[in-house]
Every structure is written in structure tokens, then in C-alpha cells.
Ligand binder design. Structure first.
Ligand code: OGA
Ligand code: NI
Length: 339
């Protein structure tokens, strides 16, 4: 029987269940590689300029890269090594972690939502809940042996950066620095992680690693593979390749900050494309509201005469819609919550 994961098996051609219809293929030659997303140095001494750069990036791209972000080089190189070790384990070992039950808080899986989707994606992933660490690390993988230590350390550093960025984003919207954090649930905010592994693909023009989607959470911090490109974002009606920048992390606005900013900042469509030659590893960290958080834009951001673009909802309610079907949605999920 064929295994349910793709890493660790040699494919000479793409299995039929991964082949997308003509109009849904990536058209790799059409991806824009001339521009790139803004780069922000978080140690910029001119704080006004820094906030302005972040605000502009959130409005114009929904994405930016940060350098001097405070996440140590060591934490980064160790999690990359651990990720490669994990996906390099035997298929049998990886299958011990396998589950397609999307309610599980630790699980290794493939594609996106294998039991619901019609076409599969060329990706394996390990998904973890990461906060509070004490609650979740007992269920994390025990192989590779350094996994828990390396990943929890990385998670702590990432959380600090995420909370700092929430403050900067808050200020850039003209709000008090704690405002967004408070709406999202303060210290109770959740943190999840996806270690994504995209094996080299025999026919990269026919499939995707991840189809176009927006992130349902508040803020995503993505550690890209420094050697292998693959992230594309939708910008000005085209796909733009996000070229990895040494020592940078990619930040993107998720649906919740789009809602809290009353639509000023955009949770932008993005996708992962694959290639024929090299596997690609990415580490996505998601800061998400606590389940009970009531998501709504503060009064200061209401449009005169029009109020809020989205009705108030709880994050628990929102998140349910995320795993309910295919990732490959044609409509922005926030449309379901429009006033
Ligand atoms: C994600 C995502 C992009 C990548 O995990 O939500 O968009 O390059 N990942 O792996
Ligand atoms: Ni994403």
C-alpha cells in the first residue's frame, strides 16, 4: 500500500491525485522575480521611520522581511537542522506521528486536509501547538532526540518577536501599543507551528506545495529555506516570488489583523511552489488569538458613517471554518464575516 506521506519515497512521475487542472497550475514562468517584499531592520534607531515602514508594508504588501529581529542565529540553524532530521527519519518512524485528524494538537500529516480536499499538495508537515509549552511538549515527537529542546527554545524566541511586532503594528495604526495584543487575548494568545517539508517534485509545473490561501491567524513568522525559493505572494494582480534574504524572517498579516485593522492591513493570498531539484523546508510560526477572544476593530478604526467592515466574532468560531474544507478557497474567508 502506498504511504500517506511523500517524504522518503522516490517518485519518477507525479501521482494523478496531485495533478491540478490546467487553470490551477502554478505557471512558474509568469512569477515576478524582479520586485521583492520590503525589508525592515528592527534595530533602526529612528523609531518613527521604523513604524512607518512597517505600516506601509502591511498596507501595500501584507508581507515584509525583518532583520535584526532578536531570534538568534543559533536557534534558527538548530531548528533547520532538526527539521531536516525529522523529515529524514524513516517513513515508518514518521508514520508513528501521522494523523489526519485536524483537531489533534500534535500531528504529522501531508498536503493540507487529506480527507476533505480534491487535489493533494506536494507537502508533508508537522503541526504543533506551542503555547503554553509545558502543556504541549509532552506530546511532541521524541525523535530526533534534541527535538523538544530545540523547538521549545525557538518557540520562546519567536513569541517575543511576535509580541513586539504586534506592538509596532498597533502603533502604526495609531493605536496604543497594547491594543492589538489585548484584543487578541493578551498573554493567552495561542502559538502554533508548522514545519513544512516540500520534497523535490518530479513535475513542479503540475502541482503546488500549498495552494493560494490566507493565514487564518493573527500574525505569521516564516523561516524560509535560505537555499531554495518557493514562497509566492499575490501582489498587484500577479504572483511575486519572495526571495530569501540571509538572516531574515518573513512576516505576514493574517486574517485576524486584517479584521482588527478594519481592513486597512491585508491578509494577502500566498502559496508555495515546488521544484524538481531540491527539497525545501520552511518553519511557519503562527500567533493566534485565544479561542475566546472577541475579534473586532477598535472604535478608533471605525470608518466614519460605515462602522466596521466585519461583524464581531470569536476566534474559536472563525477557526472552525478554516479546517472545515479545502485550503484552496476561492473567496477570502473574512468575506463570511462581513457586516
Ligand atoms: C503556511 C505557508 C509558506 C511556505 O505554512 O501557511 O504559507 O513557504 N507557508 O512554506
Ligand atoms: Ni500561509
Amino acid at each position: 500500500m502506498a504511504t500517506k506521506i511523500i517524504s522518503g519515497t522516490q517518485f519518477s512521475s507525479l501521482p494523478a491525485s496531485y495533478i491540478r487542472g490546467e487553470s490551477e497550475r502554478p505557471k512558474l514562468a509568469e512569477v515576478d522575480v524582479l520586485d521583492n517584499i520590503p525589508l525592515v531592520d528592527l534595530t533602526c534607531p529612528d523609531k518613527t521611520l521604523l513604524i512607518q515602514q512597517i505600516g506601509q508594508a502591511c498596507r501595500d504588501y501584507g508581507f515584509f522581511q525583518v532583520i535584526n529581529h532578536g531570534v538568534s542565529k543559533e536557534a534558527v540553524s538548530r531548528i533547520v537542522a532538526t527539521g531536516h532530521e525529522l523529515f529524514g527519519l524513516s517513513v515508518e518512524e514518521k508514520m508513528k506521528l501521522y494523523s489526519d485528524d485536524t483537531s489533534r494538537t500534535t500531528r504529522l500529516s501531508s498536503s493540507f486536509n487529506v480527507s476533505k480536499e480534491t487535489v493533494h499538495n506536494w507537502r508533508d508537515y508537522l503541526r504543533l501547538h506551542c503555547y503554553p509549552l509545558d502543556k504541549y511538549t509532552p506530546e511532541w515527537p521524541t525523535a530526533p532526540s534534541s527535538f523538544k529542546e530545540v523547538v521549545s527554545h525557538y518557540c520562546k524566541e519567536i513569541r517575543e518577536l511576535g509580541l513586539k511586532l504586534e506592538e509596532a503594528i498597533s502603533v502604526s495604526l495609531g493605536l496604543e501599543k497594547d491594543c492589538i495584543k489585548r484584543i487578541l487575548g493578551g498573554e493567552e494568545q495561542e502559538q502554533h507551528m508548522a514545519l513544512n517539508y516540500y520534497p523535490a517534485c518530479p513535475e513542479p509545473e503540475l502541482t503546488l506545495g500549498l495552494p493560494a490561501h490566507t493565514d487564518p491567524n493573527a500574525l505569521t513568522i516564516l523561516l524560509q529555506d535560505m537555499e531554495v525559493e518557493g514562497l509566492n505572494i499575490r501582489h498587484k494582480g500577479r504572483w511575486l516570488a519572495v526571495r530569501p534574504q540571509p538572516e531574515a524572517l518573513v512576516i505576514n498579516i493574517g486574517d485576524q489583523i486584517q479584521a482588527v485593522s478594519n481592513g486597512r492591513y491585508k491578509s494577502v493570498w500566498h502559496r508555495a511552489v515546488v521544484n524538481a531539484h531540491k527539497p525545501r523546508l520552511s518553519v511557519a510560526s503562527f500567533l493566534a488569538p485565544s479561542e475566546a477572544a472577541r475579534i473586532t476593530a477598535p472604535a478608533a478604526l471605525a470608518e466614519e458613517g460605515r462602522g466596521n467592515e466585519y461583524r464581531e466574532f470569536s476566534y474559536g468560531e472563525y477557526y472552525k471554518t478554516f479546517w472545515s474544507g479545502d485550503l484552496d478557497e476561492k473567496k477570502h474567508r473574512l468575506e463570511l464575516f462581513k457586516n
